[in-house]
Write a protein that binds this ligand. Sequence first.
Ligand code: DC
Length: 234
Amino acid sequence: MHRRKINIAVDGYSSCGKSTIAKGLAKALGYTYIDSGAMYRAVALFALRSGWITAGEINEEQLKKHISDIVITFKTNAQGEQETYLNGEKVEREIRSLETANGASRVSTLPFVRRELVRQQQLIGESKGVVMDGRDIGTVVFPDAELKLFLTASPEVRARRRFDEMKARGEHPLFAEVLANVKERDLRDTTRAESPLRKADDALELDNSEIGIDEQLQWAMEKYHTLTAQNEQH
Ligand code: DC
């Protein structure tokens, strides 16, 4: 049966497993997966490399002047994984560092950065069939998304997941530092003036602290099937 394509928004706190569920959905449905956080990370990497982010401040003037020089694209590698490119250079590894994560959280508070990335994200979503994860997808980027999911998990569970991921990449993080970073980003993401992280009124919420990936994906697929079956009856 041919089903009309929809857009799916997956929002939630950092390290909440958003990308795992979003990628799983995209694969199962043959949709395009877009990691909007990677776009904020790429902007941060560009700004860090240009020396525009220091401990105390961001050189907003320079970043604003050069925002349209930042071209972010995604390509799928031989293993079928999506990788992020900044001006044609593969930066998938670089954008996952703690330094870039912190930079991303900071540049994402700037209205002109959000405006530009939201514009690009909405263009990608025009043809439908997109699963996008982030913080403001259900509220700002795709307020009309047919399916909106909002994931939560405790800070400790999320820090443990990020800690394990970093160790698996051969890094030597300190758990306390990773936990502090998760909490710091939660605070910034939820309290910033511009598009703070919040659940859209029509989003379906799932706390995944205690449940595994297969179960989460099953939950999301059930929501998708219920919705599309309803749409077909109308
Ligand atoms: O999901 P992530 O950890 O890769 O996101 C990196 C940062 O970018 C995070 O601190 C919040 C910000 N972000 C945002 O403000 N809006 C989005 N749609 C996605 C990410």
